[in-house]
Design a protein around this ligand. Structure first.
Ligand code: C5P
Length: 412
């Protein structure tokens, strides 16, 4: 859970003192905590205690010009992996259930795109009141998560449900919530079947230097690989795109690592592991010049130089046999003849789960072109798709991979 960011809303209840310990426990586990203190919360704990324990500014006002200039309330509501309300008072829950936004905490709860985990804390009659029952029911239906409350002696002398869960119980609920996708899509937004997954895509050619000015390359444009990376990001995945030299722009929402040679590409791919899916769409050069030539080669009486080619590492085969092998390893096969036969052989040789095979004979215009006709070759058989624009091939491929992952997990 290292590096996860929690937005903690501290409401006004006697249990607020436990929230100080909660901050410590979360930080011990490598999470960062940004605190919002309600006006009532500030009656129980001081902003200074929270600031000292979180190591960050404590946010209290909706209409604070200075705080708003540093970090607007919308940004504050989204710049976290999870929102936690502890203590979640009857008043905060009622406001959230109604969608009120008349102070900083309630506004953040309405504006956030992240899941919210509430640790209720209140007198047992308040917890058992039909109004609170209705509000909790509504909030559960809206997707709010709850931890507690527990039963026990209350600060007010009564005994029953309403005690805020202990900090370690809240930490366990936070960790459980963070294992899933904590982003809430906009109502009506497209489904995100790869949410919470990590995908590595390679794209483009590699350039293998002959001397400081010349290199061996191929005609790959990167259009197909880049479209796949973008489609994976749109499907909710965290995407690392390792790209050889191309002229197409870096796709939106993707971390792009630029490399030149096959060996650099392998290094960048290994550094990006582990992942759930690997798609090797790059046209990796099979060979490179054996010796490093530091000076430019000159024409001379001894005739053309011999390049002394040596084989490059096979990135796809390395990933497919890696200790950190992704659950789904997909290769491409660019062929000019016997497309499906060669793809089937490649599937076995490179130990991958799927080969996307296409005919790159010059007459097809696939290399560098905008459309592609692909055959999906796996142990299950061959599926041929109609000729489609490369972005559509990408979207269809990502939907196919998401279905494979879910089928695998469903059957496991
Ligand atoms: O053997 P061939 O080059 O046709 O295989 C193509 C597939 O293997 C593509 O997915 C490509 O990215 C990958 N490959 C690789 N490393 C190489 C050569 C190919 O990852 N050195």
């Amino acid at each position: 859970m290292t590096g996860k960011r929690i937005l903690l809303i501290v409401g006004g209840g006697i249990a607020a003192y436990k929230s100080l310990d909660l901050v410590r426990r979360l930080r011990e586990r490598g999470m960062s905590v940004r605190a919002v203190l309600t006006q009532a919360g500030a009656e129980f704990v001081t902003p200074l205690s929270l600031a000292s324990l979180t190591g960050q500014e404590v946010h209290q006002e909706l209409f604070s010009l200075t705080a708003e200039a540093r970090m607007g309330h919308i940004e504050l509501s989204r710049d976290a992996d999870l929102v936690v309300i502890a203590p979640a008072t009857a008043d905060l829950l009622a406001k959230a259930a109604q969608g009120l936004a008349n102070d900083l905490a309630s506004t953040l709860l309405l504006a956030t795109d992240k899941r919210v985990l509430a640790a209720p804390s209140m007198n047992l009659r308040m917890w058992l009141h039909p109004a609170t029952r209705r509000n909790v029911e509504t909030l559960r239906g809206d997707g709010m998560l709850f931890v507690g409350p527990g039963d026990g002696a209350m600060a007010c002398g009564e005994f029953g449900p309403g005690r805020m869960s202990e900090p370690l119980e809240i930490v366990a609920a936070v960790e459980a919530a963070l294992k899933g996708d904590t982003t809430i899509p906009l109502p009506g937004a497209k489904p995100r079947p790869l949410a919470g997954r990590r995908v590595i895509v390679t794209s483009g050619p590699t350039h293998e230097p002959i001397d400081p000015v010349r290199y061996i390359a191929n005609r790959s444009s990167g259009k197909q690989g880049h479209a796949i990376a973008e489609a994976a990001a749109q499907a909710g995945a965290e995407v690392v795109l390792v790209s050889g030299p191309v002229t197409v722009p870096d796709p939106a929402g993707v971390k792009t690592v630029h490399v030149e040679t096959a060996r650099e590409m392998l290094q960048a791919v290994e550094a990006a592991l582990p992942a759930d899916v690997y798609v090797g769409a790059a046209a990796v050069a099979d060979w490179r010049v054996g010796s490093e030539v530091v000076e430019k080669l000159k024409k001379g009486p001894s005739g053309p130089p011999s390049l002394g080619l040596v084989e490059n590492p096979d990135i796809l085969a390395t990933v497919a046999r890696h200790a950190k092998r992704p659950g789904l390893v997909v290769g491409f096969a660019a062929e000019t003849q016997k497309v499906i036969d060669h793809a089937q052989a490649k599937l076995m040789r490179k130990a991958c789960d799927l080969i996307v095979a296409n005919d790159v004979s010059p007459a097809t215009g696939v290399m560098g072109g905008d459309a592609n006709t692909v055959h999906l070759v796996s142990k299950a058989g061959v599926e041929t798709w109609p000729t489609l624009p490369k972005p559509e091939v990408a979207q269809k491929l990502i939907a196919h991979l998401a279905a494979l992952i879910h089928a695998k997990e469903g059957g496991a």
